[in-house]
Design a protein around this ligand. Structure first.
Ligand SMILES: Cc1ncc(COP(=O)(O)O)c(C=O)c1O
Length: 398
């Protein structure tokens, strides 16, 4: 029941008579997530692949900030058949939520406890070295269970994966280990999101040739064995990079990894960041705003203080460079972004009130602010922008 608790002239305040005891996720600032968009993106990507090519949904880093279990479910619903994660904890969270799909740990688990937990939770570790083969075989044999694993080798990324020349020896070792079941072999592209007819193209072709050189040496493998190389950029760059499976992260969430793509799928962004105006200030011309007074008003101004800051994931480097949206209109952000708030110049937006919701990232009417725009302004990449929204921002499914 609504009770009016104060009424004076132009102000009337009311409160729900039931005493509030919890924070409403939409009180301050939040991330809106559309599982349906992820499902539709997965369906679109899957339909772009040949029928015998599988889609792995990469849901590491809490599903690129969207909420791992939410997006994993949506992606599986849309046609993904397996999940890619980075850490043991991420895998356990998915299993505890009841998800049964195959899960590949893309990171490198090195200690026996981690690998033992992997076996317990039926997570597939990635083998990068001789040491992990022996550990996995030892743990599996001791527990009397078979351990599904995949082998990763480096074709030019120079990060994870064993050296090219070690692949034959490791393959032989895994396949002669009584309790290991090799479910796949893969590598990772370093420049797939680069230009299509320059260095990136030549380098990707070289990585592919290295990948193929290993595949040519392998005997035919049973059903359920996956050879995979492509991330989002590789998937849309060239169909010959698809093999038995593609590992898609960024595009699952609705973004193009580069403009250099051979296709133009109608991917839908699945995330928006919203925040409320918590104070309106009318100030004269020449007033310094926020820490360091990096901005001075150039006219009598109406400033809107918004309840979101760098502790929520709005990078300080974006200070004075971004805008927010209200009713499809842009309002410039001014002065330094602080830990919990930022300030907008709302002089040209008289409709703004305390409690109004502004869109910091995402769509509002016909206007949109993308992670790519933020990353271009802050010298980052869209992947990092998506992963930067902290748990202080509740994820609200819409
Ligand atoms: C091994 C591996 N495969 C696939 C992906 C997915 O990449 P993207 O988000 O560009 O599709 C990643 C992400 O970093 C990765 O590390």
């Amino acid at each position: 029941m609504q009770n009016v608790i104060a009424s004076s002239g132009e102000t009337s305040l009311s409160i729900n008579s039931e005493m509030a005891t919890k924070a409403d996720p939409r009180h301050r600032a939040w991330v809106e997530v559309k599982p349906l968009a992820v499902e539709q993106n997965a369906r679109l990507i899957k339909s772009f692949l040949e029928a015998d090519c599988s889609l792995m949904a990469v849901v590491k880093a809490d599903g690129y900030g969207h909420g791992a279990t939410t997006v994993a479910r949506a992606a599986l619903q849309g046609g993904a058949s397996s999940l890619g994660i980075a850490t043991l904890q991420e895998g356990i969270e998915l299993r505890e939520s009841g998800l049964e799909a195959p899960i590949l740990v893309l990171g490198n688990l090195t200690n026996p406890e981690e690998l033992s937990a992997c076996l317990h939770w039926r997570l597939m570790p990635t083998i990068n070295s001789h040491r992990e083969v022996e550990l996995c075989q030892y743990l599996a044999e001791a527990s009397g269970r078979f351990f599904d694993v995949q082998l990763k080798f480096d074709t030019g990324m120079t990060r994870l994966g064993c050296d090219l020349q070690d692949v034959p020896r490791l393959l032989e070792l895994i396949q002669s280990s009584s309790h290991l079941v090799l479910k796949g072999i893969y590598s990772h592209l370093a420049l797939a999101d680069g230009d299509v007819d320059g260095k990136a193209s030549d380098f990707t072709a070289m990585q592919q040739e290295r990948f193929d050189s290993i595949l040519r040496q392998m005997p035919p493998q049973p059903d359920g064995f996956y050879r995979h190389l492509a991330n989002s950029a590789g998937t849309f760059r060239d169909r010959s990079l698809h093999y038995d499976m593609v590992r898609v992260g960024l595009s699952l969430y609705g973004y193009r990894p580069t403009n250099n793509l051979s296709t133009d799928l109608a991917l839908k962004p699945a995330l928006a960041v919203k925040a409320r105006v918590i104070l309106l200030r009318d100030v004269p011309s020449g007033v310094g705003v926020s820490y360091g007074h990096r901005f001075y008003t150039k006219r009598p101004s109406r400033l809107a203080v918004v309840a979101i800051g760098y502790a929520d994931g709005v990078n300080q480097a974006l200070s004075g460079r971004i805008s927010a949206l209200i009713n499809g209109k842009f309002m410039p952000q001014v002065g330094a972004i602080t830990m919990d708030q930022l300030v907008l110049d709302a002089t040209d937006n008289p409709e703004l009130e305390v409690g109004s919701v502004v869109t910091m990232l995402g769509e509002d009417g016909k206007a949109v602010i993308t992670p790519q725009q933020w990353s271009d302004l802050s010298g980052s990449i869209p992947w990092e922008v998506l992963c930067s929204f902290k748990h202080r921002l509740p994820r609200v499914l819409v």
